[in-house]
Design a protein around this ligand. Structure first.
Ligand SMILES: C[S@@+](CC[C@H](N)C(=O)[O-])C[C@H]1O[C@@H](n2cnc3c(N)ncnc32)[C@H](O)[C@@H]1O
Length: 225
């Protein structure tokens, strides 16, 4: 893929992570996925829908551990292509069907899935209530929605938040724990587990190393332009 600096500059966060092939993980990474597996009683004949799989990390990590059927969706075609290649690399491609879908308007039948896994996706979806309705529609009765939304413990300043939106090139909102508690407090959902985690503080140097690693991976193609 060839991109000019202008083109790269116009990409939003979701598009960029697909192109740089970042191993985009849900908040908490592999620990979150292991938690999901341990708490969810997934069986070999379970059917899981992963929303916003990006480059496939969650679907692949589940498939490595359990013989179930996984459908992993994302709105971004480039990310899905990378996810498919990664699934082949780990030899789990027979268990996962990657599909381009919009979480707000899923093409699946009612009550098709035992589990819906939604990492930190809802933060990026403009009509979140519509997406949640879709999750509920495709879940079987007694099915489980596992969601990992992110929220601010301390409300950031307007200036700082504007910088975040500019960097992401997306209009996101400052969500709080209370906001998500209310959001998921719907009649058709019973809360049976809720846990809170905090992100580790990451030093600038570690962030820089991560960025360097991504550039390195692309043989400096991006840097050169
Ligand atoms: C930050 S990444 C999430 C990564 C990770 N899988 C997780 O569980 O948190 C957000 C992903 O959601 C996808 N996405 C954004 N809006 C979407 C929508 N309406 N329907 C499906 N996927 C969407 C983006 O393309 C991106 O790959």
């Amino acid at each position: 893929m060839n991109f000019s600096i202008d083109e790269i500059d116009k990409l939003n966060y979701n598009q960029l992570i697909g192109i740089v092939e970042e191993t985009n993980r849900p908040p908490g990474g592999i620990k979150t996925i292991l938690h999901f597996i341990n708490y969810s009683n997934i069986k070999n004949n379970s059917k899981i829908l992963e929303i916003g799989t990006s480059t496939g990390f969650t679907a692949i990590e589940i498939a490595k551990r359990i013989d179930c059927e996984i459908v992993a969706i994302d709105i971004n075609k480039d990310s899905l292509k990378i996810a498919e290649d990664r699934a082949k690399k780990y030899d789990v491609h027979d268990k996962i069907k990657f599909s381009q879908e919009n979480a707000m308007n899923l093409s699946f039948e009612d009550e098709e899935f035992n589990f819906v896994f939604s990492g930190n996706i809802l933060s990026y979806i403009p009509e979140r209530e519509k997406a949640l309705k879709e999750y509920m529609r495709v879940l079987k009765p007694g099915g489980v929605l596992f969601a990992v939304p992110m929220y601010y413990k301390k409300i950031p300043s307007d200036v700082f938040f504007e910088k975040i939106c500019n960097a992401l090139k997306m209009e996101i909102t400052v969500d709080t724990e209370n906001y998500w508690n209310n959001f998921f407090n719907v009649k058709s959902l019973d809360k049976f587990l809720a846990e809170k985690y905090e992100f580790d503080y990451i030093k600038n140097k570690e962030i820089q190393n991560f960025v360097d690693e991504i550039f390195e991976y692309h043989n400096n193609e991006i840097k050169k332009k």
